[in-house]
Ligand binder design. Structure first.
Ligand code: C5P
Length: 247
């Protein structure tokens, strides 16, 4: 049975939208995470494992997700002395995760050590977290940064790039600026995605999926708007449709 041309177009659009949506598996352990993955009904291909789930389920769970056919974004937000961060990158290198986060605020030596460790065969590609999407100007001031979130994001993204890391995590509010500054090669990943009717929760610098994609996001990360939806597969499909339209 062959596809008609228009069907192939639709399938291609669906695949390319899927490659831009990462669902944040923010669950306390393997069982509820796997139960939720089933409720996605095959709508998504990218899953993000953050520290909540990783600290309880570990490297083995990443391998389980890989065997199920998912691409894994390991969001450990590493931030320690260079030797320790490089060791942590090596410790997760064999899991099959495709992406791994480090905090850009760790500085030049730490970022360079992480970048070097990530050159190992099979190691994940690194993303530097600039300013958390839960922080606004007041929060930054509280940790001694008097620059705006935009200025701080730009400073940290340029620093990461100089250290050999060409993937960044920022909010959808800075992504257009980074796309202009860093060019088309940079992998720009944006959490802080909320629809018009969604609860914002602890996030501060938010935008819709369509806004994030049209401003230049390579991938968006969505957690609670999908994980807490009554029908996660429907919520994910609606976001995929939004991505396909915007991209
Ligand atoms: O539930 P929500 O959509 O807010 O989840 C966003 C996800 O993205 C969380 O897993 C959070 O850890 C992650 N994240 C973030 N801001 C960053 C980096 C990662 O919200 N700067």
């Amino acid at each position: 049975m062959g596809h008609r041309t228009s069907d192939i177009g639709t399938v291609t659009l669906a695949i390319s939208a899927q490659s831009k949506l990462v669902v944040a598996l923010d669950f306390p352990s393997e069982l509820p995470a796997l139960a939720f993955v089933e409720r996605l009904e095959g709508t998504c291909t990218w899953l993000k494992v953050g520290m909540e789930l990783y600290y309880s389920a570990g490297n083995q769970f990443i391998q389980t997700l890989r065997k199920m056919g998912f691409e894994v974004f390991l969001d450990l937000k590493l931030h320690d002395i260079p030797n320790t961060v490089a060791g942590a990158v090596r410790s997760v290198a064999s899991t099959g995760a495709s992406l791994l986060t480090v905090h850009a605020a760790g500085g030049t030596a730490m970022l360079s050590a992480a970048a070097e460790a990530a050159l190992a065969p099979g190691a994940p590609k690194l993303l530097a977290v600039t300013v958390l999407t839960s922080m606004d100007a007041d929060e930054l001031l509280g940790v001694g940064v008097s620059d705006s979130p935009e200025a701080q994001v730009l400073r940290l993204a340029r620093l990461a790039k100089q250290c050999g890391i060409n993937g960044m995590v920022c909010s959808p509010q800075e992504v257009a600026m980074l796309r202009t500054d860093l060019g088309s090669e940079a992998l720009l990943v944006t959490p802080g995605i909320r629809g018009a009717g969604d609860l914002v929760g602890d996030q501060k610098r938010v935008a819709t999926a369509a806004e994030a994609i049209s401003r230049g996001s390579s991938m968006i990360v969505v957690g609670r708007p999908i994980t807490r939806a009554q029908n996660p597969a429907e919520a994910a499909s609606a976001i995929l449709a939004e991505i396909a339209q915007a991209g």
